[in-house]
Design a binder for this molecule. Structure first.
Ligand code: C2E
Ligand code: MG
Ligand code: MG
Ligand code: MG
Length: 281
């Protein structure tokens, strides 16, 4: 009786695993064709300077509208793209798109920068720096308009190699940010070794913010520490007026989140930015 039961359970587990694997394979095959089928889109989320209230940066965020399944979240397909190596051609495609878009945006917002997320598997390629500088140059955009977002887990494993690459990127003029700060394992004392410009506090800390929580202490400590290291600070996932007010009181430099705007398609950006600028005048 017992053996039979566990046998059946094992079988069910086995088929569940098969289903899961074939789903992944199907998704992988679709992802391979996603670029040529025009299923990938770049959305943009505004990042606001809390002092001037101006939108200074927009973060590029991938969206995949898969013809059979519909909308697939980057949380699902980015890991798949990383495992299969597809993240490299996808990011190259995205960089080209952002070049075209940022040039168009410069016609009405000449200082706008664009943030681009970089995966570890891509960053660790030997010629990563050459790849990205080539694309930006070929598209006639100055590197200073790009801010690469890397996580602690991307740069920490080979810290020495990472420093070299980051220094090269800085020499080209690219801006650099640590994304999702606080979720990785890097010690604060390590940060000053990396030539970065911006620290993005992970949204999990912002979500739990209330005046008397430990997270409020953590957030204000991160902001102070970052400023002592001459880094600018972005708070991610700002959803409420209270969170915004707290961050402003703590002298956080930039805010990003639904309180300002959700990510939007390129064709909605111009009117959003122009209305926003009109609103704050
Ligand atoms: P991320 O780089 O930390 O991007 C911020 C994520 O937080 C985005 O999710 C954004 O839509 C979401 N977000 C922004 N404000 C709020 C808010 O107020 N509340 C809530 N609940 N969420 C907010 P998204 O677009 O689903 O992307 C998730 C992650 O997928 C990104 O996190 C990034 O790690 C990855 N990703 C997205 N696009 C790319 C890409 O082009 N390349 C790579 N390598 N990764 C990407
Ligand atoms: Mg990011
Ligand atoms: Mg983040
Ligand atoms: Mg993230």
């Amino acid at each position: 009786q017992k053996a039979k039961e566990s046998g059946r359970n094992r079988f069910e587990l086995y088929t569940a695993k098969l289903d899961y694997q074939s789903e992944v394979v199907t998704l992988e095959n679709h992802l391979r064709k996603a670029i040529e089928r025009n299923e990938l889109h770049v959305y943009y989320q505004p990042i606001v300077n809390m002092k001037t209230k101006k939108i200074e940066v927009i973060e590029a965020l991938l969206r995949w509208n898969q013809s059979n399944i519909g909308f697939v979240s980057p949380v699902q397909f980015i890991p798949l793209a990383e495992e299969t190596g597809l993240i490299v051609p996808i990011t190259k495609w995205l960089l080209e798109q952002t070049c075209i878009h940022i040039k168009a945006i410069h016609s009405f917002a000449p200082h706008m920068k664009v943030g681009v997320n970089i995966s570890a598997v891509h960053f660790q390629q030997d010629d990563f720096v050459e790849q990205v500088s080539h694309i930006v140059k070929a598209n006639n955009v100055h590197p200073r308009f790009f801010k690469f977002e890397l996580t602690e887990s991307t740069i920490m494993p080979n810290a020495e190699e990472s420093v070299q690459k980051l220094v090269q990127l800085k020499q080209y003029g690219f801006k650099l940010a640590i994304d999702d700060f606080g979720t990785g394992f890097s010690s604060l004392s390590y940060l000053h070794r990396f030539p970065i410009d911006v620290l993005k506090i992970d949204q999990s800390f912002i979500r739990r913010l209330s005046l008397y929580s430990d997270d409020a202490t953590i957030v204000s400590t991160i902001i102070m520490m970052a400023h002592n290291l001459h880094l600018a600070v972005v708070a991610e996932g700002v959803e409420t007026e209270q969170q915004y007010a707290f961050l402003k009181a703590q002298r956080c430099d930039f805010a990003q989140g639904y309180y300002i705007s959700k990510p939007m398609p390129f064709n909605e950006l111009q009117s959003f930015i122009q209305e926003w600028d009109g609103y704050i005048k």
